[in-house]
Design a protein around this ligand. Structure first.
Ligand code: AMP
Ligand code: ZN
Length: 115
């Protein structure tokens, strides 16, 4: 699907809205979360619009999304200490922006269960 005009993350992924870019290629975009929940908090998104995990239907893209989350963790220096990758999905999953993204969180001890 092409960019959705009203979608915040489509605008961030295309550079229309500025963000602190961590990494990008032709397909994926990683940027600092505006409201960090840990010393490291980066979001990884596909540049093209996908509503969420359940709408993805693209095994290769999902693989690269996770691969990129691991790359970001390495780049941010938390690969050794450990980190958490989260895909909040749907209303009860806590998703607030309906463009597929994974959170990469680290730099502190993560707790379980999540809220
Ligand atoms: P979720 O609640 O899983 O849908 O995650 C959405 C995330 O997007 C939240 O962690 C927000 O802090 C983050 N966010 C919202 N607006 C922006 C923005 N303009 N730049 C960076 N992160 C944002
Ligand atoms: Zn979008």
């Amino acid at each position: 699907m092409a960019a959705k005009a009203e979608c915040l993350f489509c605008k961030i992924g295309s550079g229309q809205i500025p963000s602190k870019v961590v990494w990008q290629d032709e397909e994926l975009f990683a940027f600092e979360d505006i409201n960090p929940q840990a010393p490291v908090h980066v979001l990884v998104i596909p540049k093209r619009h996908i509503g969420g995990l359940s709408d993805a239907g693209d095994r290769a893209l999902l693989g690269r999304l996770l691969e990129t989350a691991a790359l970001v963790a390495k780049k941010k220096g938390i690969a050794e200490s450990g980190y958490r990758v989260v895909a909040n999905t749907g209303r009860e999953g806590g998703q607030t922006v309906f463009h597929l993204h994974v959170h990469v969180l680290g730099g502190r001890q993560m707790t379980w269960p999540p809220g």
